[in-house]
Ligand binder design. Structure first.
Ligand code: OGA
Ligand code: MN
Length: 336
């Protein structure tokens, strides 16, 4: 199976440089200024938002306004928020019922951030050194450089992710890429849409880890962490979207080769340049909030010369009707 992380995507920040397109005009709404990032017809993807007062708890009214913007744009970027861990978590808690608990992959005592609501997505070891090739953490991070949605293998799955930067990353070196799975679905041919409509996909954490770092994870027994979800879903604004990720291991009922081909083709389609923008991290305090139900994202792969990049993620569990996906027969609550 071809590993999608080998694809080189142009880094396109600021967005007006993308493909010679002009920046869509910004507009004001209440106290906020909204700068859309990618626009095609009436479809918008990504927006940079100014005007939130991060120095105090965000009011319920602004939270509601931001959630409607999130439903429309799928990815919201805020610069220079000045948030710390505690206020990062407090804001995230305003956006949903439960936050995802970090399973502390390397043991709580080995977790640099040490807060169960935060995932340390940095490239920094607990002793402050930069992660080196060959370490477990390096291998694990390889999966993050594949196009994915967060925790599609968890029950419940993740709804929102909020990634906050601490400290200034090296300019030009730190990017996160986002792909619009709503527009990608919309652009499929009608016959293709009809083929996809009823498919169910099994997502498995270890599938993406193996794709990212086969030498480290192939042939290593891991307890499987899986969930099944319909491939075609409805985004918050009512449009259809593809729910897919590097964690997508198979199409339920299909053989493995056919499954992998379809999944790869769809990820390739969704991540064509017209559906993608790349966010450059400019400084500590930058925050990006995305909706895992209606976009994919990926990190840049680690490199040997990389500089320290301290980013931490808080994640809101989905509490909607699709959170647990399609529960296999026999596993539903109450089944004997
Ligand atoms: C994540 C993630 C991308 C990055 O935090 O879920 O995929 O660029 N991060 O660090
Ligand atoms: Mn992620």
């Amino acid at each position: 199976m071809q590993v999608p992380s080998t694809t080189v995507y142009p880094n396109t920040w600021p967005p007006q440089l993308k493909d010679g397109l002009r920046t869509p005009p910004s507009y004001k709404e209440g106290g906020l200024t909204i700068q859309p990032i990618l626009q095609s017809g009436d479809s918008s993807f990504g927006a940079e938002i100014q005007g939130v007062d991060w120095s105090r708890p965000v009011s319920g009214e602004v939270v509601q306004q931001l959630i409607s913007l999130q439903d429309k744009f799928a990815v919201l970027v805020f610069r220079d928020t000045g948030l710390d861990d505690e206020r990062h978590i407090a804001f995230t808690q305003q956006l949903g019922r439960d936050l995802e608990i970090n399973p502390f992959f390397y043991g709580r005592e080995n977790d640099r951030v040490g807060n169960p609501y935060l995932w340390d997505v940095s490239n920094i070891n607990i002793d402050g050194t930069t992660v080196q090739p060959g370490s477990r953490r390096w291998h694990h991070s390889r999966g993050n450089a594949l196009w994915h949605t967060d925790s599609s293998f968890h029950r419940p799955r993740a709804k929102y992710s909020l990634l906050l930067s601490h400290g200034a990353p090296a300019r030009g070196g730190s990017w996160t890429h986002f792909a619009d799975t709503r527009r990608a679905y919309n652009d499929l041919a009608d016959e293709r849409k009809a083929e996809l409509d009823d498919l169910v996909i099994e997502h498995d954490l270890w599938h993406s880890r193996r794709l990212g770092a086969p030498d480290a994870f192939n042939n290593v027994e891991q307890p499987s962490i899986t969930a099944r979800h319909r491939l075609v879903q409805e985004a918050p604004d009512g449009r259809k979207t593809l729910y897919i990720a590097a964690h997508a291991k198979s199409v339920v009922g299909w053989d493995q080769t056919e499954s992998e081909k379809l999944i790869c083709d769809l990820i390739d389609h969704c991540t064509a340049p017209e559906y993608v923008f790349s966010l450059e991290w400019l400084g500590g305090g930058d925050l990006v909030w995305w909706d895992n139900r209606q976009c994919m994202h990926r990190a840049n792969p680690y490199t040997t010369g990389m500089t320290a990049r301290d980013v931490r993620r808080a994640t809101v569990n989905d509490d909607g009707p699709l959170a647990y996906g399609v529960v296999p027969k026999g596993e539903a609550e109450g089944d004997e």
